[in-house]
Design a protein around this ligand. Structure first.
Ligand code: AN0
Ligand code: CP
Length: 319
């Protein structure tokens, strides 16, 4: 594997899940693979899980790890080409990227959507420049339009807990006070479609996602109807994707909060969320604390999804 930004990069999903479960059972089996190799993790945005789980995954493979928080201690970076740099930005991404690449063997990048320029966000301008100019295999730790390490961990978690071959999985929008990217729901939809589950997306009108990610999923505007018979409820907030409202919060309607009454409509569904989660906005205390909640095992599987991805990037270096 030469890069990891979307489901296509991982290839056959059955094989990827099998590899994940093999690594989970023996996480130090390939501890020599990364010896004398360095992973650099570059963060343009905050993180708890991605930062820790990706470091742990690289360490399990015997790698050295360097973490850079671009906004804390590094020079302020200009990302647009052609700008006269007479403001507060001291360095351009076009120098910073190859410099970072010169110190490592693989690079992970977290660079969220601006939510102000849909075209620039959906062209993935930041991570694409890392792919082009770093000279190293690059993997997404949540870019503008996708969070594939999260979606892969979610897939592993569903495979571990499903009771039927083709479970009903429901992605539901839920309220949040701030404008959040579409990256998590986009990737979740992409991976659920690839896994060929019975997949339904529910959200208020105006929150339609990019059709390229929605694919063949069924869209149901009545949340309660969507929940009927569900085996997994995956909650997430996102801001509007449509051109007129891009990046805006259109609703904070707490009638969309996932609560016990709505979970009772499901087939005793498991509750999932990528975290961090705002309690009693996205989900009630009762649901997230219930025995059907998978939020902690889901987060734990981030170490496993990252380890499969980094292992494959390391194997790709040898070819
Ligand atoms: C981010 C998002 O919604 O993309 C990261 C989620 C993993 N969430 C927040 O900023 C709260
Ligand atoms: N789920 C997730 O990516 O969490 P962090 O933003 O804390 O890394």
């Amino acid at each position: 594997m030469k890069k990891f930004t979307c489901v296509a990069d991982i290839g056959d999903l059955r094989a990827a899940v099998a590899e994940a479960l093999e690594l989970k059972a023996d996480r130090y089996k390939y501890c020599e693979l990364g010896r004398n190799k360095t992973a650099m993790l570059v963060f343009f945005n905050s993180s708890l899980r991605t930062r820790l789980s990706t470091q742990k995954a690289a360490m399990n493979l015997g790698m050295n790890v360097m973490v850079l928080d671009v906004n804390q201690g590094a020079w302020k970076l200009e990302t647009e080409r052609g700008v006269v740099m007479d403001g507060d930005k001291a360095e351009h991404l076009l120098e910073a990227i190859p410099v970072m690449g010169s110190y490592c063997d693989i690079i992970g990048v977290r660079a969220f959507a601006s939510l102000s320029d849909r075209e620039a966000d959906y062209q993935e301008r930041i991570i694409e420049q890392f792919i082009r100019y770093s000279g190293r295999p690059v993997f997404s730790m949540e870019a503008a339009t996708g969070h594939p390490l999260q979606a892969f961990a979610d897939l592993i978690t569903i495979e571990e807990h499903k009771q039927t071959a083709r479970p009903k999985v429901v992605l539901t929008w839920a309220p949040h006070p701030k404008a959040l990217p579409q990256a998590v729901p986009n990737s979740f939809a992409e991976w659920m479609n690839a896994a060929d589950y019975d997949f339904v997306i529910t959200h208020p009108e105006g929150y339609e996602l990019d059709p390229r990610f929605v694919g063949n999923a069924r869209v149901e505007y009545d949340q309660r109807k969507a929940f009927e018979g569900a085996d997994f409820i995956y909650a997430k907030n996102w801001s509007a994707y449509n051109e007129a409202d891009y990046g805006k919060v259109l609703s904070q309607d707490r009638d969309w909060t996932v609560d016990e009454e709505k979970m009772a409509l499901t087939n005793n569904a498991h509750f999932m969320h990528c975290l961090p989660v705002r309690r009693n906005m996205i989900v009630t205390d009762g649901v997230i604390e219930s025995e059907r909640s998978l939020v902690i095992p889901e987060a734990a599987n981030r170490e496993i999804s990252a380890q499969v991805v980094i292992k494959r990037l390391l194997e790709g270096l040898q070819k």
